[in-house]
Design a protein around this ligand. Structure first.
Ligand code: C2E
Ligand code: CA
Ligand code: CA
Length: 246
């Protein structure tokens, strides 16, 4: 019924204070109930298999949005897209991305995919093959919700990943919770050693930001900067904040 919409949440370089990318997040605009958050419908959509068709719609819609932003002067916009395990098993993601990019005349460097540890474990051969092909085109691969799944650390060493997103449960606890602070510090050390980029999710206040800066985390995302916004509002946000974010 044309009731799905996509909102966009910026990712910021916390040392340079500038927007570096933006994450595409699904919303269901229900005619009576208003906006429904993905936490309330994504797992159902995944379980019944609809995520494949919905994911395809999202990829094409995001590419169209990138083209619109390019046309209105927002250059170098990299948009990250969340992918579910089933999308790797049940469709040719490489062909899909290639088609969506060529139809809208955009480069692979304008896109990143976000996968979780669950996706890695689910079907490692298929997933690894697809990720390698996407990366060889110039697309980035990010590991979402890091620290909450079941993947062994060895995956990080061997897998074609560019950036790790530290789960917001750890960010939430710093600096007051000693355990969360220790985990955040350890993830920062691990990603530094493996030469992976690190993004902290769910940054909400200055105190968290100070800790993240001090442990060498370069990228952040969260309500401290902005919640996810409709495409046109994000464009406005980007234009307003480009010189003085934060
Ligand atoms: P996620 O990928 O971990 O997305 C981050 C979630 O954290 C988003 O919730 C975002 O709105 C929320 N968030 C951002 N900043 C803050 C903050 O400072 N504090 C707090 N407390 N929360 C913050 P959202 O949009 O409700 O998405 C929930 C989950 O739904 C996502 O988690 C992702 O796993 C899934 N999802 C969303 N869109 C898609 C999609 O297109 N495809 C798939 N497969 N999954 C999606
Ligand atoms: Ca994500
Ligand atoms: Ca996440």
């Amino acid at each position: 019924n044309d009731e799905f919409v996509i909102h966009y949440q910026p990712v910021v370089d916390i040392h340079k204070n500038e927007i570096v990318s933006v994450e595409a997040l699904l919303r269901w605009q229900h005619p009576e109930k208003g906006i429904i958050q993905p936490g309330d419908f994504i797992s159902f959509i995944e379980d019944c298999g609809l995520i494949v068709a919905l994911g395809e719609w999202l990829i094409f819609s995001v590419c169209k949005q990138i083209k619109l932003w390019h046309d209105s002067g927002l250059k170098d916009q990299c948009v990250s897209i969340n992918l579910s395990p089933r999308q790797f098993n049940e469709q040719d993601l490489f062909a899909l991305f290639t088609q969506a990019m060529s139809e809208n005349n955009i480069e692979a460097s304008s896109l990143a995919v976000e996968i979780t540890e669950r996706t890695l474990i689910d079907n490692i051969g298929e997933v690894e093959g697809t990720l390698k092909k996407l990366r060889s085109m110039g697309m980035q691969v990010w590991l979402d919700d890091f620290g909450t799944g079941y993947a062994s650390l060895a995956y990080l060493k061997e897998f074609p990943v560019d950036m790790v997103k530290m789960d917001r449960t750890f960010v939430n606890g710093i600096p007051d919770n000693r355990e969360d602070s220790a985990v955040a510090d350890a993830i920062a050390g691990l990603t530094r050693g493996l030469k992976l980029k690190l993004l902290a999710e769910g940054v909400e206040n200055e105190r968290q930001l100070d800790v993240l800066k001090s442990i060498g985390c370069q990228y952040g995302q969260g309500y401290y900067w902005s919640k996810a916004l409709p495409g046109d509002e994000y464009e406005q946000f980007y234009m307003n904040q480009i010189y003085n974010i934060g």
